[in-house]
Design a protein around this ligand. Structure first.
Ligand code: NDP
Length: 332
């Protein structure tokens, strides 16, 4: 038997509860069984647990888009019992039972080896949000390398900065020597963002309303977790030849923008997807996170909860009230 969050769709609507399940209930589709140590709460988990958006595609479903743990049993050539592994995405927690459980059965092809220098807890403090932040930063780095842009030669904007993606992006970019401007709707988090390495903090309202198609050139690059007018304004104020990495939709899924920044300033908009990202990109992101992310800063952005607490915190993350990252100790 193991404990898990279980989402069902009874006649009365949509329900998520703590359940005791049997190992034999684990999905047949999967060739590796993992004893989960930690999972996390990402924005998408908030949507799944509350049913706010149709993230969950089949029922019953164990939510949790990521986890870290160790292999118990494997029929996959790459994994054996005892291997430490982590997983992000691939529809886990949406179409395939996920990580907010003490056990998981998944395809071995989806698993990433847990870097030696990371504990399960640290890996999930990073989680899908942090791994996505790394994918954004790496997209910008590739762009800058080609353009010959040096760290410190201009400002880099991070939107949704107090959230999970934003907090890790601020820390990573500052660690690389960039001048990071953190955009937040929570001015009280300015000391937190400065401690993560932000050079300055701006009010997100300066970006969230409809704006002109071209604005004063300011950003060398942008990591955007917010979408909508914020992303449009970020593109409109990116410097000639600069780049924007878009990964989120916390403000909205729309993009009310013009082509002006792209055709008049050569701005590049990179779309970042973590769910189906190719394995070489994942391995590179996790290896770089393990090597470069400041552990003290990571600890400062992380809060830990137990499995049963995840349902309450799901509402908080959707309300934009969670700061940084939430690790779920599934055995607590
Ligand atoms: P969080 O909830 O931790 O952070 C989102 C942040 O966005 C909030 O903390 C808040 O920051 C800001 N925000 C919230 N509501 C609004 C609003 N109405 N207008 C402007 N800003 C707002 O979520 P995550 O960091 O985990 O994820 C961020 C986004 O990235 C989500 O949309 C998520 O779905 C997406 N995502 C995408 C992935 C991909 O593969 N493309 C993978 C992971 C996440 P502040 O208070 O500082 O303003």
């Amino acid at each position: 038997m193991f404990q898990a969050l279980l989402i069902t769709q009874p006649d009365t609507g949509y329900r998520c509860e703590l359940a005791r399940l049997e190992d034999k209930q684990l999905p047949a589709l999967g060739d590796v069984t993992v004893r989960v140590a930690c999972s996390t709460l990402n924005y998408k988990d908030g949507l799944a647990i509350t049913g706010r958006s149709p993230v969950v595609r089949s029922f019953p479903m164990v939510p949790g888009i990521d986890f870290a743990g160790s292999v118990v049993q494997s029929d996959h050539p790459r994994w054996k019992a005892g291997d430490r592994v982590l997983l992000n995405g691939y529809g886990v927690g949406e179409t395939h039972w996920g990580g907010l459980a003490q056990m998981a059965r998944v395809k071995g092809d989806w698993l990433v080896p847990l870097p030696d220098t990371l504990s399960e807890r640290e890996a999930m403090a990073i989680g899908t949000a942090g791994y996505t932040a790394m994918l954004c930063v790496q997209a910008l780095q590739r762009h800058w390398a080609e353009a010959g842009v040096l760290p410190g030669s201009g400002e880099v904007l991070v939107t949704g900065a107090s959230g999970g993606v934003g907090s890790v992006a601020v820390s990573l970019l500052a660690g690389l020597g960039h001048t990071v401007v953190a955009s937040t709707g929570r001015p009280e988090e300015a000391p937190y963002l400065t401690a993560l390495g932000a050079a300055s903090v701006i009010d997100r309202q300066t970006l969230s309303a409809p704006g002109k198609p071209l604005q004063r050139e300011r950003w060398l690059g942008v990591v955007d977790a917010v979408g909508s007018h914020t992303l449009a304004n970020a593109c409109a104020s990116t410097r000639y030849g600069g780049a924007v990495a878009a990964c989120g939709l916390a403000q909205g899924m729309d993009l009310p923008a013009s082509v002006a920044p792209f055709i008049l300033r050569g701005v590049t908009l990179y779309g970042i997807d973590s769910v189906m990202a190719p394995m070489p990109r994942r391995l590179s992101a996790w290896e770089t996170l393990a090597r470069t992310l400041d552990r003290r800063r990571l600890a400062s952005m992380t809060r830990e909860i137990g499995l049963a607490d995840a349902m309450a915190v799901a509402g908080e993350i959707l309300a934009g009230k969670v700061r940084g990252r939430v690790v779920v100790d599934v055995n607590r």
